[in-house]
Each structure stands twice: as structure tokens, then as C-alpha cells.
Design a protein around this ligand. Structure first.
Ligand SMILES: Nc1ncnc2c1ncn2[C@@H]1O[C@H](COP(=O)(O)OP(=O)(O)OP(=O)(O)O)[C@@H](O)[C@H]1O
Ligand SMILES: [Mg+2]
Length: 256
């Protein structure tokens, strides 16, 4: 198992308590959707990819988003990541209505609050592992080589920092992607099929990393088709034809 050393994030302390009422959940919500709809205009008419989604995710929770192809998972993740805006409804991240922000404010907000882990890694092929992580720092308006090295060491890649992506295994590339997502210590990690391209051994390494990040207080929202990965989460949100089906919170949230 890869050992990740992280400090507990502020705001995740509620996990030692008992979250049983909906009002308590709402107070602790780091992500809250109220009747959020996303329609795409196409030549054939409007496609309602997300239909009146209402749910909340509390700080420190690990949620798996599941559903068949075309059910709206990426649409939902793009909205949660502030890469897209709802057609209607209210989406609050950390208590802030994202619709009220300008594009520039949203860029800053996203950089502070959210780390992205993609199935396709999206690493720059001609930059080393270290430079790929430092590029993420650049977008936060600060570069710090020591911090970038430390992020790679955290994910067990201290001996691979000068490697190009083509000189890394798929699992190692995904770990660079996770190191990059951890820059600036964002409270929310959004993962879209984080193990979709990995073999079983690397899947386990990434699952262990996510476990450790969750234990250190990160809120994790993870799209997955893999029932084993989904079983790691505390709660499942299932999508079908753009409709959200939340599994009951009280039955499945395992509080420490
Ligand atoms: N930019 C777009 N313009 C028009 N329709 C879109 C657009 N993006 C997605 N859709 C449609 O919205 C629906 C939901 O798409 P989405 O990509 O969210 O599905 P998904 O659950 O992520 O699927 P998959 O598992 O295949 O990635 C689909 O019917 C899709 O065709
Ligand atoms: Mg998708």
C-alpha cells in the first residue's frame, strides 16, 4: 500500500459527531443542489441531461456517482466542478451560489476548492512528472518545486519525478494526476472514473490513495462504473436518464 501523509483538512471535524438530521446535513453541506437542471440545445431540440437534481454532500463525505452511459454523470461532475453552469436551479459549493460569480471569480474559486482526477490523466506529454505538477501550481499563481516534489512523494512517486508521462505506467500517471489534484490542498476532490484505465494492481494503489485522502478529510465525489470502487464510498448517487436517485443517507453514511 502507498502511504500518504496528509494533515486533516479544516471543516472535516464533523465526522466525529452524529449526522442524523437533514437540517444538520444542510448546515454541513459542502455541495448543495436545489432543483438543478442542465439542458443542452441541439439541432434536434433540447436535451435535458440533468433533471431537477436536489441533494447535498457534507464535508468529508465520499460519494460514488453511478449510472449507465448517457445518464448525466459527466454533466453533473462538470457542474460540481464549476466547469459548466446549470440551466436553472441553485448550486452552492461551500455555501456560495456559483451562479453569482463572474468567470474570473469562478476560476479562482475552482482552483481553491476543487482538485480534478480524470480517467484520461490529461498530463502534458513533453513535461516531466514534476513539471506537470508544477504547471498546476502555476495556475495557482505560485510555483514551489519543493512542494511539487513533496506531492509526488506523497503518492509514492519520489523516484519518478523526472520521468515523462510516456516513461510512466498507467497507474503511475494516475498518481501524478492525483499529486496534481492535491496542489493547494483543495477540500473537494472530483474523480471521473479514476481507475477506468487501470489494471487491478494499480486500481488497488489508487483506491488506497483515495482512502487515505478521505481519511484526512477530503470530500470525494467519484464517478465510477466499477462496483468494487463504488463500494468504497459511503454513499451512492445513482443517475438514470438525468434523474438523481440518492441512496438514503442514514443507512449508508458510516461516520467515524
Ligand atoms: N454538449 C452536449 N450537447 C448536447 N447533448 C449533450 C452534450 N453533452 C452531453 N449530452 C447528452 O446529455 C446526456 C448525458 O450525457 P453525459 O455525458 O452527462 O452522460 P454520462 O452519464 O457521463 O455518460 P458516459 O458514462 O457515457 O460517460 C446524453 O444523452 C448526451 O448525449
Ligand atoms: Mg461521462
Amino acid at each position: 500500500m502507498v502511504e500518504v501523509v496528509t494533515t486533516r483538512l479544516p471543516g472535516s471535524e464533523h465526522k466525529s459527531g452524529s449526522l442524523t438530521s437533514d437540517s444538520t446535513r444542510d448546515e454541513c453541506a459542502v455541495i448543495a443542489l436545489d432543483s438543478v437542471t442542465r439542458e443542452y440545445e441541439t439541432r434536434a431540440g433540447a436535451v435535458r441531461a440533468l433533471d431537477s437534481a436536489t441533494f447535498s454532500i457534507v464535508a468529508g463525505e465520499w460519494v460514488a456517482i453511478t449510472g449507465p452511459s448517457g445518464s448525466g454523470k459527466s454533466t453533473l461532475v462538470n457542474l460540481l466542478g464549476c466547469l459548466d453552469r446549470p440551466t436553472c436551479g441553485v448550486l452552492k459549493i461551500d455555501g456560495v451560489d456559483v451562479a453569482a460569480m463572474s468567470a474570473k471569480e469562478l476560476d479562482r474559486f475552482r482552483a481553491d476548492k476543487i482538485g480534478f482526477i480524470f480517467q484520461q490523466f490529461h498530463l502534458i506529454p513533453y513535461l516531466s512528472a514534476l513539471e506537470n505538477v508544477m504547471l498546476a501550481q502555476y495556475f495557482h499563481s505560485m510555483t514551489d518545486e519543493a512542494e511539487a516534489r513533496a506531492a509526488l512523494e506523497k503518492v509514492g512517486l519520489g523516484d519518478r519525478i523526472t520521468h515523462l508521462p510516456s516513461e510512466l505506467s498507467g497507474g503511475e500517471q494516475q498518481r501524478v494526476c492525483i499529486a496534481r489534484a492535491l496542489i493547494n490542498n483543495p477540500p473537494i476532490l472530483l474523480a471521473d472514473e479514476p481507475t477506468g484505465n487501470l489494471d487491478q494492481a494499480n486500481q488497488k494503489i489508487v483506491a488506497d490513495l483515495l482512502r487515505t485522502l478521505h481519511a484526512s478529510g477530503h470530500t470525494i465525489v467519484m464517478v465510477t462504473h466499477d462496483p468494487e470502487m463504488a463500494a468504497l464510498a459511503e454513499r451512492k448517487i445513482a443517475l438514470s436518464h438525468g434523474k438523481v436517485f440518492c441512496h438514503p443517507v442514514r443507512d449508508v453514511v458510516k461516520l467515524r
